[in-house]
Design a protein around this ligand. Structure first.
Ligand code: PLP
Length: 410
């Protein structure tokens, strides 16, 4: 496989219906056809002898696949656990951490809805106080740092109030699909005695990661988005110093209470999943092998990033608008955000506009990209991928323009 094969030619290596233009990889991901027989093979093995598989044979394979993730992101595989999705990563940490009534948690309004809703649950159930930082993109990295620093200072200057104990930070946020300066944010919050929980749902297979260098307190990521595993494969990373704080959301026989966060004695056993089809977890090896056959992480992500940048510019040109970017061009990784020209005079509700784009993109134009409101304007997130090229962005741009024109005429 050479780099010249990237582009729509590669679509035949995936399962897409002919004619579909998939510009929304970031929502659900997908995996190449070569992984299908491997996935099905593990499922067949499980059925051939359910007891042998569930009690014995899946376990060394699970550990091997965790080791491969450990090598990819530079950490001890004993600091990793498999989970079916990123939402569970957030829940495992947030719902088992021993917050005291009144403790504060810092978060951003651009955080993923499931994660921010989990925070609302903590507020309602345990009286955790939520400290929101509003990010109105496009923003410079330094502005994000400053908004966060100012918020911490404001709250920590109140001597009679509980402190912020944890901050939830996206590595790459969903909508807008932008890269945050999460490495610097991690350091900033930790310098203020705040634990850093990093939502890296979009991170594995998208940006270079080094867990030892990042030294986050908690980190989770999907593998089924950008790493090309089948859906239902995510990881949670917790360094040993904090493993005593974290239990799976679904408590099982291996549960142990710890009074110290640094008691890591049961983290791995507690995260052995109850009865579950673990075959997506076992496809990490095949996904990494496929990625290696394409040239590896850097080659893949160089292509996806370059396409996102060029494709975003092309769509902005078609729509007569702009790309969401800052002066140091850090916001665009493999997802690019482009303003959509929906006029503010429209009589449609916001929910109606989102739904109109969804329905028409999927059912009339056979494509998909997420349209959302940010900072009182409409934007679309388009995802670069190895199976796309500029023609595909043109298709999406023309579809978005046609739909925006229809909405503006109504
Ligand atoms: C930033 C972010 N966090 C968390 C999630 C949740 O991922 P999952 O649906 O796998 O639980 C998503 C999903 O798109 C996301 O974009």
């Amino acid at each position: 496989m050479t780099i010249s094969k990237f582009g729509k030619y590669l679509r035949s290596e995936f399962s897409f219906q002919p004619g579909y233009t998939p510009l929304n990889h970031g929502s659900y991901g997908t995996y190449p056809n070569v992984i299908k027989p491997i996935l099905r093979g593990y499922q067949d093995k499980a059925e051939e002898h359910p007891d042998r598989w569930n009690r014995f044979e899946q376990h060394p394979l699970l550990e091997n696949n965790l080791k491969m993730i450990g090598q990819l992101i530079n950490c001890d595989h004993k600091d990793l656990a498999f989970l079916p999705n990123a939402s569970q990563g957030a829940n495992n940490v947030l719902r088992s951490f021993p917050f005291k009534s009144g403790d504060k948690v810092l978060y951003y309004q651009t955080g993923y809805i499931n994660v921010n809703k989990t925070l609302e649950f903590l507020r309602d159930q345990y009286n955790v106080q939520l400290v929101k930082v509003d990010l109105h993109f496009p923003l410079e990295d330094n502005e994000i740092l400053k908004l966060t620093k100012d918020t911490i200072e404001e709250h920590h200057s109140k001597s009679n109030e509980p402190k912020i104990v944890m901050a939830v930070i996206d590595a790459l946020s969903s909508l807008p699909g932008v890269r945050l300066p999460f490495e610097r944010l991690t350091k900033l919050v930790q310098d203020n005695d705040i634990l850093a929980l990093i939502d890296g749902a979009h991170a594995l297979g998208h940006i270079a990661l080094d867990m030892k260098a990042l030294d986050a307190d908690f980190f989770f990521s999907n593998c089924h988005k950008w790493l090309y595993t089948p859906r239902g494969c995510s990881i949670l990373y917790v360094p040993k110093r904090n493993q005593g704080y974290v239990h799976p959301t679904t408590i099982t026989l291996n549960y142990e209470h710890h009074t110290e966060g640094s008691d890591y004695s049961s983290f791995s056993t507690e995260h052995i999943p109850p009865t579950l089809d673990t075959s997506p977890y076992l496809c990490v090896e095949a996904a990494l092998k496929y990625r290696e056959s394409l040239g590896g992480e850097q080659v893949i992500n160089d292509y996806c990033h370059d396409l996102a940048v060029k494709g975003g510019a092309l769509v902005a040109d078609i729509l007569g608008t702009r790309v969401m970017e800052n002066s140091t061009k850090t916001l665009t990784a493999n997802m690019v955000n482009v303003e959509v020209p929906v006029k503010s005079t429209t009589t449609k509700s916001d929910a109606d506009i989102v739904n109109t784009f969804l329905q028409k993109l999927i059912y009339e134009h056979n494509t998909m990209a997420s349209v959302y409101k940010n900072n009182d304007a409409w934007w679309v997130r388009l995802c670069g991928q190895i199976y796309l090229d500029l023609d595909d962005f043109k298709v999406a741009g023309n579809a978005l323009l046609a739909i925006a024109n229809e909405i503006n005429k109504e």
